[in-house]
Write a new protein. Sequence first.
Length: 449
Amino acid sequence: MGALAGLLVARGFTVTGSDAHAYPPMSTELKSLGIDIMEGYRASNLDHAPDLVVVGNVCRADHPEAVAAQKLGLKFASMPKTVHDLFIRDRRSIVIAGTHGKTTTTALTAYLLEATGRDPSVLVGGVTADFGSGYKLGKGPDFVIEGDEYDSAYFEKVPKFLSYAPSAAAITSIEHDHIDIYPTADAYMDVFHELVRLVDPGPLAVYAGDADALFAARGFDARVVTYGVQGDPMPPGTNWVAAHRDDGDFSLLIDGVEAGTWKTVMHGTHNLRNTLGALILAHHAAGIPLDELATALPGFGGIARRQQVVARPRGITLYDDFAHHPTAVGETLRALKRLHRDGRLIAAFEPRSATACRRLHQQRYAEVFDAADLAIIAPVGRDLPVDEMLDTGRLADDLRARGVEAVAASTIDEVVDLITRRAQPGDGVALLSNGAFGGILNTLVGALE
């Protein structure tokens, strides 16, 4: 929603907005654009009678501003419908979907088009270093957008990405998530089948190490380009295959033919997969030659809250990362541990998303902290019935049984205290949450200093 607000300003609209609690980096970005952020929801926020009210999916039918919009007879629409009608309708839509990696893959795809002079439009769920925001309104033919599978609005209970009219798309992975709206794995899979049927003319880039992603792609009649990293459980004939070389370098095979050695600034096998997905879309959908892509790739600046180094107090490297699903937590910690072979890695995890807060992945979480030398589990970030809620005490017990030192903290202050007492110069500290983690960042930096 924040990135859409920026796009609307770029197109010349006057924008206001409200939120229960706005926090950086998006709040900072909005204020820099002159967008008034109204803290709290109330009917009076619409007294100026805007021409369009964009209703986020956090709003229910009884939301005070949604109710006010209807009473006042104001035009209202969902976020994805607004994006389609005002921005995508006249452009070639490149949609990146999947449970993991879609923000990074979207940002990198957009960067590659920008760095090679294609001047794309962009909408991504994060603040990118290359654009200084999560959006860009370009003059080129392409609109690169992160395809979120979460629903659109209380009056439009369909995945956002079904509004994006994809000309080309990528599926980075499919792993049951968002159980608040997709109670079964089959229900979750079904929406990706729907997306695939919309892609026209293609191509469709698909991570070949994910059986469910490959299964979803079976419904696509045009060109499918598969990719993976050496060692992934890929079927024979995978089109793009990368292999790690020295840190930051990888070799690439395309349809069995060597395509040289490439350099990337991102760390971890999961980010190498993301890189391949972006390269495929930039090459096959936007038509960018491989040599141009190879030149541009090392310049990617990354994304806020994706292995982002936010401070180095006393030689302790503090990372802010959005990882919250167990797969993402594991991949992120393994990548960061490789950067701290001579020090320790402290992982502080806040279970906050609708999936992370629940017991769906209770056992999975116990299996993904092995790369951490100390795991600190923060209190669950939502109010849920006790029998549904992730048991953080049990998680800490299970981690200790696997040989990982672990503590279930009872407060955010305790998390700060544990990190402050244990972290030493040369260590890495990873803050893992899909939210603000109780505003821990500034407090922790001050305490460490």
